[in-house]
Structures are given as C-alpha cells and as structure tokens.
Design a protein around this ligand. Sequence first.
Ligand SMILES: [Zn+2]
Ligand SMILES: [Zn+2]
Length: 478
Amino acid sequence: LSLQLFLEKYGYFSQLGPGTHSPAEFTQALRAFQQVTHLPPSGVLDGPTLHQMALPRCGTGDGQSHTAQARRAPSAPRRRRTPQHGGRWHKRQLSYRVVNWPPYLPPHEVRLAVRAAFQLWSNVSALLFWEVWDGPADIRLTFFHGDHNDGLSNAFDGPGGALAHAFFPRRGEAHFDSAERWSLRSGKGRNLFVVVAHEVGHTLGLQHSPAKSALMSPYYKKLGKDFVLSWDDILAVQNLYGKPSKGSAIQLPGKVFTHFQDWSSDAYGVDQQQRSLSAYYCHSFFDAITADADHTLYIFKGSHFWEVPASGNASDPQPLESRWPGLPASIDASAWSQLSGKFYFFKGGRCWCYRGSRLQAGFPQKCSARGLPRHPDTVLYFQQLRRLVLFKGSKYFVASEETLSLEPYYPRSLRDWQGVPPGTAGALTHRDGFVYFFRDERYWQFDRAKLRVLATGKWAAQLPWMGCWDANAGQVLF
Ligand SMILES: [Zn+2]
Ligand SMILES: [Zn+2]
C-alpha cells in the first residue's frame, strides 16, 4: 500500500477519493496520523511512522478521531468532516447474524465469541442483542477474501494490514478478512473476539477513539487481562444509547474471554455453556421478576424475559410479545397473583393485566390516576393482605385486584417492612414461604410473619433457584 493510498484509505486527506495532493497536504495528513497514533507530530515520514503504518489494524477510516484530535490541538489545521460520522440506530433491540464462518474455527466457538462480543456492549448500555441463524438481521458479520464488492480500497489484503472493517448505522455490516489467522485463544494468531467486539462498535455508530486504551482505537490489540472496554468506549456507547435500564454498567476483564476454545472440551458441554451465556441476567440487572403457581420464575429485561423452572435451568431469552402480546419493553414491575392467577405489569403510570396470554378487557389502564405511584420499583402480591403491594422509594402502596386503586391509610413508610431497602428491582414469594427482594446483585430474604428481613446476600451466587448455577461452579466465568 503506497503512502498516498494509505492516507486516502484511512481518511487523512480532506478531499474524498483519489487525486493528487500537494506536499503541504501530505505533511498535514502525516501530522494528523502521527497525532492519532501518539507519535511526535513532525509531518515527516520517518521510521516510527512507517512502522506504525505497517501494524495490523481496523480497515475503517480514522476520519473522526483525527478531527477530534485536531479540535483538541489548536496548532493543527482544522479538518473537514468526512462522511463517516457515526449515526445511530433508532431502536435499542438489534438482531445479528453470523453469515459465514472463518476457516479452521469451529462455528459453535465463533458463535460464543460473537455473542460475548455483543454482550460487552449490552452490559454497559441500554442495548439488547439477539442472534438469528438465517434470514434478515440488523447486523451481519461476514468473512471475505480480497475484493468483495464494496470498493477497491476496502479489498482485503491478506494476513496483517487491515484485519476487518465495518459500516456505521444503519447499514449493519461488519466484514472480516478470511486470510487472517483467526484464533480464540490468547496469544496465538489474531484474536477474533477482540476484532469482532471492535467492529460491532462501528456498526453501533462508534468511531475510532484517540484514547490509547480504548477498544475503539484503530490498531489491533491483544486480549489483555484488563477490562476489554475502557471508559472512553463506555461513554461513547452510552452517549448514543443510554445506560443500562437499571443499575450500573458491567465491565468484564479480558481474562474472562481467553478460553473459548477450551470450552468445548470441559465438563459442561456446549449446550450448558450456551445456556450460561444466554442467562446473562445472572451478571446484569433485570427490570422485574415474579413467580407463578408452579414456582416458575419470570425475569424481565428490556423486550425479553427468561423462564426459570423449579429445576433451575433458565430458558433462552424470549420476546415479551410472544407470551404477553401488547406488553411494552422495559417494564417497571410485575406480579403474579396467587388469588386470581393473573399477571400484572406496570410501566410509567399504566398497568396491564393478563390471564395466560390474554390481555384482560379494559387494559391497559391508567393506574396512576387512582393513587398508585408512577414507575413503581416493585410490585408483589402479598398473601397476608390478599392485595397487591407497590413499592416506590421510601413508601409502599396497597391496592386490591378488583379496583387497582389505592386503599385508605396508604401509602405508608417502607419502615413497616423492616430491613427492605428502597429502590428494589422486584420481589417474589418463593416456595420456601419467604419473600425475596432484589436490588442490583443483592437479595433480601423477608419473613412474612415476623415482617422483617432475615438474611441478605448475592442472589446469583447464593440462590441456586435463580438459574445461575453454572456461574457458581467457577468453571465458566459468565
Ligand atoms: Zn475500527
Ligand atoms: Zn467490506
């Protein structure tokens, strides 16, 4: 790749497309490249600059990162915006598909690595991803050799050089060079997990970051022991899509991702590893939780829910629409009534009531108009009162199922529920007779007769019936 082609390909000339450039433009372009790569900005093609240009990297241009750099350094000339500014998706639930597979890597390992790469981003933002195995998908990952019909400057160049590239929203394409020696172990070859995670960042609208530690910096990074995402990456994705719906961002260190290859041979087998990944609520936060007559748990997050039967084997995430048609995503609270066998859902000021999958006549209703709180933290059917109890901040509210309106003498102080913290995500009555409250990674076990908390701990590790058993085993780190 000639110097001119390199600088053109990566967006360092202000006019687009090939053409002739004056010596002054070359100096300017080199200086911008040196600033992005943290070299002394001499504007001269010296040894370190040539070396830097030869390193393996992402094939997507640096247009915006060096514009950002130029804005920060007043001595550098201001550069024109190139057309690769990110854009964003107008929805937060995105499907993805691995269209074909790299040679030499087992598809199920690639699938786990790709899922983990998407999970990196969903763990720190309001995004939610799911895989489709065929048909259309919002984001498609494809492996190509050489020229693959998206412009000669995007043709892959064999091992080294450009490893992959991707397009900003809403094209939803990431392309990977089939000729690289892709690997899912640490150390050997190019780590596919790291490169997929980076390219997924582009498909979400993230540009190259001038921060050295960022996953979105343009040069290939080995998988280290540290966090894969830096704060620069996290702020960039949250800037586009917001924070996780509840709780704070979860970062996972690189050492969690070094053993995709080993997973196929360990004692758990692939199905269970996939289950451990699919039950990612175990390492995240959920919107709401409840349990039905069979003591099956329902755990809600975004537009999906998980079912955890009494056996403790969590289902794959299922779309809310498939069970409760008409229910919106990201509900605030849910409860199942032992009295009527109905499911209740709350979001904003509204409430929904279902028997099975059937929305009951007259729903959704504006429950906040009848004295119930908007955005309740938690709803619980409380057998002692034969009522629904809504928790919001430092207060609780009581309503009968018939009227769904606030009963006299309420709201009252949360102090009546001795030891229950404000701001819980959900609660349920377990088959052991205790009520469990959940907030972030903790639970509180509540005695219904004594009306006080007996114990507290971490639910994923200490309550086997939450379906996170494989996370406890210490073998699989998800
Ligand atoms: Zn890139
Ligand atoms: Zn391409």
